[in-house]
Design a protein around this ligand. Structure first.
Ligand code: LRH
Ligand code: MN
Length: 428
């Protein structure tokens, strides 16, 4: 584990440069009328959950190139997230995937989570793979399957997943459901009957989990099916959530949109309807690429946060608290470095969105002053907020430069020595 002394030592060599750029930016922000302390407080409080399935090297059907020293158990995954949180003080929770992360010793896992100041924020079910001891296959679907016994098996799995989460802490009150269910050829599915079966199954799950839990319904336009998916878009997820229950919300995975989709407008719509439940943050160029968040379209990520901040600040918007989660897969980057970059990109987009002069923007919008409105939004995006995000991290006891700390202290090399060159993590 990393000690506070190590972090203070790391920061001491960087403080002078940091204070110089922070003094400059904070003076500029005060000049613009911002409460700098309020900004630092909000940004420090913004925590992003790390997916348990993204602490190893992912792969594609073409190949997988392990980084070495990957976590071999849930306990080692918790240690890796503890490392990330110690450095960025921004990742105080883990999203689990069941059955990849079934805790062997719940009490020991809870102690380990406490030791690393972490909680479990949500649990993800998995009816997109057949487990060896499973009675019925999900080859032709799970919650939408034509056979009631297969649907019941999937419903029971989801309820069991929630039970596992509930045993891991009172903070875990979220079940995330993503269905690989779909079809590959025209004629294979009866679209309306498959939808009705899925709705009935979701209602059964909703009735079977604790009354104060939230169900997040994730949509995806294609993969692993390539003709139709049972929940392909936000509209389908929204309609299912409406009919399932008040605590059924739509989960927006940034990679689950067809090219050129205006995701920020989808976010604004779902907030408007009070059904936006949360995010799986990642970056993508073409499809569900699960790249580093903000690595390909940083302006889009900012525009999404621009809608989020305006929605969260608008008393007329009645949307529940949002689940902030990463969902990524690493083929060529070190998993820990990739996750540190993603959290930095997410907090940077949030910080920039907090700088939008919404009063002036709304005025320009009402007056149809197109250039003025765009320039107000761009001015916030063009602001270099890195000293602000670093200051919020510093005040929270984190490292001024988490990536540099990870490299300079040879942490991957130490993990390889401890866990082995070919240690492989469960997950994608
Ligand atoms: C599906 C998905 C879903 C997870 C899986 C790991 O593409 O985004 O959220 O269950 O990735
Ligand atoms: Mn996802």
């Amino acid at each position: 584990m990393i000690s506070n002394e190590q972090i203070q030592d790391h920061n001491s060599g960087r403080l002078q440069l940091h204070n110089h750029s922070w003094d400059h930016l904070s003076a500029q922000l005060q000049e613009q009328g911002h409460s700098v302390n309020e900004l630092v407080r909000k940004i420090a409080g913004f925590q992003v959950a790390v997916p348990s399935w993204a602490l190893g090297t992912g792969g594609t059907r073409f190949g997988r190139f392990p980084a070495g020293g990957e976590p071999r158990s849930l306990e080692e995954k918790i240690a890796d997230v503890g490392l990330i949180h110690a450095l960025n003080r921004s990742s105080n929770s883990i999203s689990l995937h069941i059955p990849w992360d079934i805790p062997r010793d719940t009490a020991a896992v809870k102690d380990l989570l406490n030791a690393h100041q972490l909680v479990i924020d949500s649990v993800n079910s998995n009816t997109f793979q057949d487990q060896k001891d499973q009675e019925f296959s999900y080859k032709f679907g799970s919650l939408c399957h034509t056979r009631p016994e297969v649907r019941k098996q999937a419903i029971d799995h989801n309820i069991r997943v929630a039970e596992i989460g509930a045993r891991l802490g009172a903070e875990c009150k979220t079940l995330t459901i993503w269905l690989a269910d779909g079809s590959n050829f025209p004629g294979q599915h009866h679209f309306r009957r498959a939808y009705e079966r899925t709705l009935d199954s979701l209602k059964a799950i909703y009735a079977g989990i604790p009354a104060d839990w939230t169900t997040l319904v994730e949509y995806k336009p294609y993969e692993p099916h390539f003709y139709s998916m049972i929940i392909p878009d936000w509209g389908t997820s929204y309609s299912l959530c409406q009919q399932t229950g008040d605590r059924a919300q739509v989960l927006v995975d940034l990679g689950h949109h067809l090219p050129n989709t205006n995701i920020e407008q989808i976010v604004a719509r779902l907030m408007h309807f009070g059904r936006l439940g949360g995010f799986h943050f990642n970056g993508s160029m073409y499809g569900d690429d699960d790249l580093t968040t903000g690595s390909i379209k940083p302006y889009q990520l900012f525009l999404i946060f621009n809608e989020l901040v305006q929605g969260m600040d608008d008393p007329a918007v009645r949307n529940p608290d949002l689940a902030w989660m990463i969902d990524a897969s690493h083929n060529t980057k070190d998993p820990v470095e990739d996750l540190l970059q993603s959290v930095q990109a997410i907090k940077t987009a949030y910080a920039k969105a907090l700088l939008v002069d919404t009063e002036a923007l709304f005025e320009a919008q009402e007056a149809n002053e197109v250039v003025k409105a765009e320039e107000i939004v761009r001015a916030a995006f063009e602001t270099d907020v890195r000293p602000l995000v670093a200051e919020s991290r510093l005040q929270a006891g984190g490292a001024l430069d988490p990536l540099a700390f990870f490299g300079e202290n040879g942490i991957r090399r130490r993990l390889i020595e401890e866990r082995g060159r070919y240690a492989v993590a469960t997950g994608l």
